[in-house]
Structures are given as C-alpha cells and as structure tokens.
Design a binder for this molecule. Structure first.
Ligand code: TXA
Ligand code: MG
Length: 345
C-alpha cells in the first residue's frame, strides 16, 4: 500500500484517480470524514469496499460527485426541493436520496430503488472524482462499527494493507458524517443527522421530518429508512457510558464512578470538555472540545474515542452535550457509540 502525505500535489491525485479507473480502492479526505472510494459504476470495484471494511452488504453506499452535471445520469428525477438544497448546500455535508437510474449497480444501493448522492466540500475529494472521470462510491474509511476516521492515521490503523492508496489531507473540518436526507417524499425526512441541521433545511424548504429510528433511542431498530442506522456504530473497544444531567451533578457522578471502577482495577477514561477537565480524577482525562462551541466537539469526537483505545482504557465515562444544532448529530453518534448506555443524574 502506498501512503502519500503531499496532498496538494496534483500528480498524486491523478495517480489515485488511475487506481480508481483500474478498479482499485482509495481512501481520501472529505470535509466530514475520510471516505473509502471505488468506481461507483463498477460492481466488482464496489465489492472490494465491502470486503475491506467488513461491511454488511445490505448497507448501501453514498455516491460522490464533483459537479452538478454528474448527478443527472445517476438519478431518474430531481424534485424542486432537492434542487433548492443542492443550490444552497452543495458542495457540503448533505447527502440526498433520489430515485436511482439504471446505471447504478445494485451492490451500491443494496437492492433499494433509490441512490444516495453528495458533493463533498473538499478540494482533494473533488479533484479525485474529476480526474477519475466516474462517480465515486464511498463509505467512511473505517472498519465497520468503529469510530469514523477523521485523520489519515485512523485509516491506516483500520485498513492498512487492505486498500490500494490513502490520500492524506490532514484532519477533516466537520468530523461527523453528512446529513442524509430523503427527498423522494413530499415532506423530506432526515435519515441521519449531521452538519446541515434540521433548522437549516427547514429555513430553505419548509417542513422536514426526522426518521423515528433516530429519536427512539434503541440500539437495534429493525427497519430504519437508512439501513446503516441499524448497526452498532462508532464504538470504541472500551465500554462507554454517558452521564447526562446538570453539569455539576454529572462531574460528581463521573468522579464517583471513576473511583469505583478504579477499585475494580479497571483503567478509567473520562471524556470531558475544556470547561470541566480540571475537575476530574482518572487514568486518562481528555477534553473533546469547548462546551460553548459544538463544532469543536464534532471535530474531535471520533478522534477522542479512538485515543482512549490507543491508551488501553477499559471504561470511558463521557459528559453529555447540548442537543442544539450540530449537537443533535453529536449526541446521535455518542449515544450509538455507547450502545445507548446512558445514566441520568
Ligand atoms: O459524510 C459522509 O457521508 C461520509 C463521507 C465519506 O462522504 N460517508 C459516509 O458513508 O458516512 P457511510 O457509508 O458510512 O454511511 C452512509 C449512510 C448509511 O447510513 C446508509 O444506510 C445511508 O447512508 N444510505 C446510503 N444509501 C441510501 C439509500 N439509498 N437510502 C437510504 N439510506 C441510504
Ligand atoms: Mg460509516
């Protein structure tokens, strides 16, 4: 496997594009998380993605494009609301679901009649797509179930030796996967919350619903509309427990849980924030960001979860964060990572 660090060198991007054209798989940065890409129009290439990630084949992939023109051959129709959102939010962390055209192989959509498409807001990603000359199917470039990769190092850790190339574009900007929105219905439905929030969408197109599977707080939902939402996700190897409530009570509870677990000879980690980190005692205390700037928490969430594993922590206690705006997506990922193991104080 080849790893390149000079992300802005066009010759490297062209080399990666050649690999995609030849049926290989390449990890690349987007503004949300790193993706693992293959030629979306080639069934055999797409199969390699599922194999490398250990991804269940009933979980469909997002197709990435670099310009609006590339969308038309992929879909049967585009509703007015979708057009408005594309104008406003593409390139950016918004994936839209369309009725698929015949050129989309079934392995991408897991047999669904719809296809998920997005245009990433990252220059390396868009140049890779452009020079490949084909749309690129890409899930997050992690082993299925582990926290999504927000740095090339995370991809190396999970997929070294299993893929053909990694384009290293440094740390990603957003840190959580894109918002997935089903725009095939009259009232669009959020299937996965992300950086483009319900409020932002509603301001543009009026009422937007949230898939009940996101709200129901169950680890396993049989038939969520985004098939990927039913699997255990984003999980560190360590056990993760969220403590929710008024912040002073949360600190007190986490400290007493840390002490109890320490007495049981477990290595204890605490996921704190800039505002609270000084208040804890444990083997490893990491700040995930600034409580008053949710985007800093989004950007560091997966990296921090991975850091506890790197340090060999057995159990992590995490504070809970605001549900406002991108906080809704943060809490969605954190709860899934914890397997809905939440203590309310
Ligand atoms: O930000 C992102 O979206 C990243 C970067 C790499 O673009 N990609 C990503 O892909 O998160 P992945 O495969 O980890 O998640 C794709 C999600 C899954 O929940 C999947 O079930 C859903 O999108 N999805 C894909 N196609 C769908 C479809 N036709 N209908 C409903 N949900 C779909
Ligand atoms: Mg993923």
């Amino acid at each position: 496997m080849k790893i390149d660090y000079d992300d802005m060198d066009l010759s490297i991007i062209k080399e990666a594009a050649q690999i995609i054209r030849n049926g290989g798989i390449v990890a690349f940065p987007t503004e949300t998380v790193y993706g693992l890409g293959a030629n979306a129009l080639d069934q055999e290439s797409v199969k390699k993605i599922y194999l490398a990630k250990g991804r269940p084949s009933d979980n469909p992939l997002i197709v990435h494009i670099s310009s609006i023109e590339e969308l038309y051959p992929l879909v049967e129709s585009i509703k007015l609301k979708a057009k408005i959102l594309m104008d406003l939010f593409w390139p950016g962390p918004l994936t839209l679901i369309f009725p698929k055209s015949k050129i989309i192989p079934d392995s991408i959509t897991a047999g669904l009649s719809t296809v998920a498409v997005r245009m990433p807001d990252n220059k390396i990603a868009r140049e890779l797509i452009k020079y490949s000359g084909v749309p690129i199917a890409a899930p997050s470039a992690n082993i299925s179930g582990s926290p999504s990769p927000t740095k090339a190092e995370h991809v190396i850790k999970d997929l070294n030796g299993k893929i053909d190339m990694i384009l290293d574009g440094g740390s990603v900007r957003v840190g959580l996967e894109s918002t997935v929105l089903d725009v095939t219905r009259d009232t669009p439905v959020i299937l996965r919350p992300g950086g483009i929030t319900k409020e932002m969408l509603e301001k543009a197109i009026g009422e937007v619903l949230i898939d009940s599977a996101i709200i129901s707080e169950k680890e396993f939902v049989d038939t969520p509309m985004a098939p990927g939402m039913k699997y255990k996700h984003y999980s560190p190897k360590a056990k993760l427990v969220i403590v929710e409530g008024e912040i002073n009570k949360v600190i007190e509870k986490i400290n007493s849980l840390a002490k109890e677990n320490k007495e049981q000879k477990l290595k204890v980690g605490i996921m704190a924030t800039e505002q609270t980190r000084e208040n804890y005692q444990a083997d490893l205390i990491l700040s995930v960001g600034d409580r008053d700037k949710a985007e800093t928490i989004a950007a560091k969430l997966f990296d921090t979860l991975r850091a506890f594993d790197e340090a060999g922590i057995d159990i992590i206690f995490s504070e809970s964060f605001s549900y406002e705006e991108i906080g809704f997506a943060i809490m969605n990922r954190l709860k899934k990572a914890a397997g809905y193991n939440i203590l309310r104080v």
